[in-house]
Write a protein that binds this ligand. Structure first.
Ligand SMILES: Cc1ncc(COP(=O)(O)O)c(C=O)c1O
Length: 422
């Protein structure tokens, strides 16, 4: 875990860690819905966004904006995706990118079936399903293993064969936090069909670990900066050389592998530069050597992952002040079957006395922001029902939080379960 002084410094770099915009004390444990923001990213965004110049024009300030974009793109490919030679596809939201990838890949890949998992976000699940119908392919879905709350590699691989055109497999679930065994899945899927196109939604995993699409042999990987300490209204994907030239929406005079469409927004790249630099500073541990900027970035993400996993353990097992979720009577931790090393800190809990929507409101009364993932929502019905649940309270802190925050959350949980007075 981060030592106290470092954690205090980290907290100082983020907006609204302890209070809401109206100054009320609160604990923000809904980072899977949109994370706490890095002050430097917000400030850099505002500085660049105030400049009216068109970065594609020739005047001096326009050139500076263009350079900002160039560096931001480079950081995304080199540090975030570890794919300096890959192609970047920027757009407004990860859902838009994913739907477009499903369309383009479906038009270009060969085979009579496509495979997705039951935990995919609706943007990939529905995109894969829709375009499977358009192209007359069988749509195969790998089921959830209720014991682990993930999707087993074997369940995915049993559906992949020589005729699988596309495999869509996310990096980590936005409901259970379960990390997929992509190493095994991608290697075996490509062995079954060397021409398979593999697409991966890394939106929820990106704030918790370093991404590595090329090492895994993935053709497209998406992420969303607003879940990764950054700004809403921007998303980006890595695309492999192999797939980058598939015909996609583009101005025809541009290069076949150019996926940018319309005026660039340099302010978003300015924010990315700050996020990458923040993570690299976390990775700059005295005494440890790093030969590349990516190494530093990956080490920074590794430290974030280690801290969050230690917090996850405290939330489940308890702190010195509070019993953990696993031992609070009337509270059930759902999707708790996998080893902690295979999970990001996103957990779902249920209360015996009240439903998830009511529980979320009770948390808010106590200054804790969490979110319900309910069977009533189109975004979560398929997933929570796969876990045999009607809905859970999703709890998703960030690495800026510490043991005191976990204790406060656990205390609120005991109050809501009716075990201690408010
Ligand atoms: C796993 C996952 N994929 C994709 C998305 C969609 O991201 P966006 O809001 O940028 O479309 C989300 C959003 O919550 C998500 O959790």
């Amino acid at each position: 875990m981060f030592q106290q002084a470092e954690l205090a410094a980290i907290r100082g770099k983020f907006h609204f860690v302890d209070h809401d915009p109206e100054g009320r004390r609160r604990l923000f444990f809904d980072n899977a819905g949109g994370s706490l923001r890095l002050k430097a990213a917000e400030a850099a965004f505002a500085r660049a966004d105030a400049v009216p110049d068109c970065s594609e024009h020739s005047n001096r300030v326009a050139r500076q904006l263009d350079e900002l974009e160039r560096r931001g793109r480079q950081d995304l490919l080199e540090c975030v995706f570890d794919a300096p030679g890959g192609v970047l596809y920027p757009s407004y939201s990860a859902s838009q990118i994913m739907m477009e990838l499903c369309r383009v890949f479906s038009e270009n890949a060969q085979g009579s079936n496509v495979v997705a998992t039951a935990l995919e976000h609706p943007s990939s699940f529905d995109g894969m399903r829709h375009y499977a119908g358009v192209h007359g392919r069988e749509f195969r879905v790998a089921p959830v293993n209720p014991a682990t709350s993930g999707v087993d590699a074997d369940a995915v691989l049993s559906l992949v064969d020589r005729d699988t055109a596309i495999l869509s497999c996310m990096y980590a679930s936005n409901i259970s936090g379960c990390i997929f065994d992509l190493e095994r899945i991608c290697a075996a899927a490509r062995k079954a069909n060397p021409d398979i196109v593999i697409v991966c939604d890394a939106v929820q995993h990106a704030p918790h670990a370093a991404l590595d699409p090329e090492a895994l042999g993935i053709d497209a990987m998406t992420f969303a900066p607003y879940k990764f300490f950054g700004v809403r209204g921007f998303s980006a994907a890595y695309i492999s050389d192999r797939c980058a030239s598939f015909m996609h929406h583009r101005l025809l005079a541009k290069a076949a592998d150019d996926w940018s469409l319309g005026s660039p927004a340099p302010a978003h790249y300015a924010a990315i530069l700050e996020i990458v630099s923040y993570v690299m500073r976390l990775g700059a541990v005295p005494g440890a050597t790093a030969s590349t900027r990516r190494d530093l970035f990956a080490r920074g993400m590794g430290r974030i992952a280690a801290h969050e996993r230690a917090l996850l353990r405290l939330a489940l097992e308890g702190t010195d002040k509070e019993p953990g979720l696993r031992s609070i009577p009337g509270v059930t931790v759902r999707m708790d079957g996998s080893p902690l090393e295979q999970r990001d800190f996103i957990i779902g809990i249920e209360f015996g006395n009240i439903g998830c929507e009511e529980a979320v409101a009770e948390y808010e009364k106590r200054g804790v922001i969490v979110f319900e993932r309910s069977a009533k929502s189109l975004y979560s019905r398929r997933m929570v029902e796969a876990f045999g649940s009607q809905g859970v309270v999703r709890v998703s802190p960030l690495h800026v939080h510490g043991p005191g925050d976990i204790a406060r959350f656990l205390h609120a949980t005991r109050e809501i379960a009716g075990l201690v007075g408010s």
